[in-house]
Write a protein that binds this ligand. Structure first.
Ligand code: PDD
Length: 303
């Protein structure tokens, strides 16, 4: 079956899908994106992702390409046309196509691309068994809270991790504190059993998975401290893990050359993973698409 992409109002075979060479995403990385998990054919935490998308757009003064209700319909249509049961949705909005000039073009014409692909969710056992991370200086800009498509430091960091045989790179700020991973939030569990993750600020992306894990921890009565943690503290922690939409919650068994928790996934990490999974399954059930949108969907028309 051929993959289908949504590009500026049209559903197109994936291998033919393209954007103009003067799309500002291509020339300036002038755009934002979201990545959503799909389980049993339903997007997970869709509203939270769309909230974050709207915030990213507004921080960069990009107009949304379409209203939220329409976007929800197109997302489902892409899931349907690609026959995704479990997988990943990718959505990108850029400031559109215009003659190259750094300042915003007029009139504004936001470009929208949506793709989907099947994926094993939650991630396969090989990853669930635990991963290694390396650490690198955080070379990114000062607005990491915006989910911008400008990801060069993240790309370089992830590649360096891969070349080192690690799954992820954790960024460390000038004071030696961990900010987050190249594509995931970073967590530790102290020897006293306290769950620690950096508070949201312009230094990290406010992860949607992060929110789900914090909620699960609160419900379970696990003590949480949202505060920056030093790399030295991470290396002597009882447990460490990372969270993202695609990784869910993965145990970190080694940070640089330091083995964490005896090289085995910790109990708190495992418990939080189970709770998070249960959480998104109930969430998913609550977030069924309203009836009228479903009717629009059945026409197969983009809105
Ligand atoms: N990345 N921090 C960064 C820098 C990220 O890129 C991501 C997600 C996260 C976790 O956010 P969330 O839980 O909402 O996925 C944190 C996505 C998955 C990506 O770029 O592919």
């Amino acid at each position: 079956m051929s993959r289908i992409a949504y590009v500026n109002g049209r559903y197109i075979p994936h291998h033919q899908a393209s954007v103009h060479i003067e799309d500002r995403g291509y020339q300036f990385a002038d755009g934002v994106y979201e990545v959503m998990a799909v389980m049993d054919g339903e997007p997970i935490d869709e509203d939270l992702h769309l909230n974050r998308l709207e915030r990213s757009l507004s921080e960069l003064r990009i107009e949304s390409a379409m209203a939220r209700a329409s976007l929800r319909v197109v997302l489902r249509e892409i899931i349907r046309r690609n026959r995704i049961r479990d997988g990943i949705l990718y959505l990108q909005m850029t400031r559109g196509v215009a003659r190259r000039d750094h300042a915003f073009p007029t009139p504004r014409q936001t470009a929208l691309v949506i793709t989907a692909r099947p994926a094993t969710l939650p991630p396969p056992d090989a990853l669930r068994a635990g991963i290694h991370v390396i650490t690198l200086p955080d070379l990114r800009w000062k607005r990491c809270d915006i989910k911008a498509i400008a990801l060069l430091p993240n790309v370089l960091a992830k590649q360096q991790a891969r070349e080192a045989g690690a799954y992820e790179a954790w960024f460390v700020d000038a004071s030696g504190h961990v900010t987050e991973g190249s594509a995931a939030n970073a967590w530790i569990v102290t020897r006293e059993g306290i769950l620690v993750t950096r508070p949201v600020s312009s230094k990290i992306l406010g992860g949607i998975t992060r929110l789900g894990v914090l909620k699960a921890a609160a419900e379970e009565g696990i003590p949480v401290e949202e505060r920056p943690f030093h790399l030295d503290e991470a290396k002597t922690a009882a447990e460490a893990f990372l969270t993202s939409t695609t990784a869910f919650l993965l145990p970190v068994l080694k940070i640089d050359d330091k083995v964490i928790g005896g090289g085995k996934p910790g109990k708190v990490t495992e418990r939080l993973f189970q709770l998070y999974l249960a959480e998104i399954k109930t969430n998913k059930k609550r977030k069924r698409i309203p009836h009228e949108e479903k009717a629009a969907l059945s026409t197969g028309n983009p809105v």
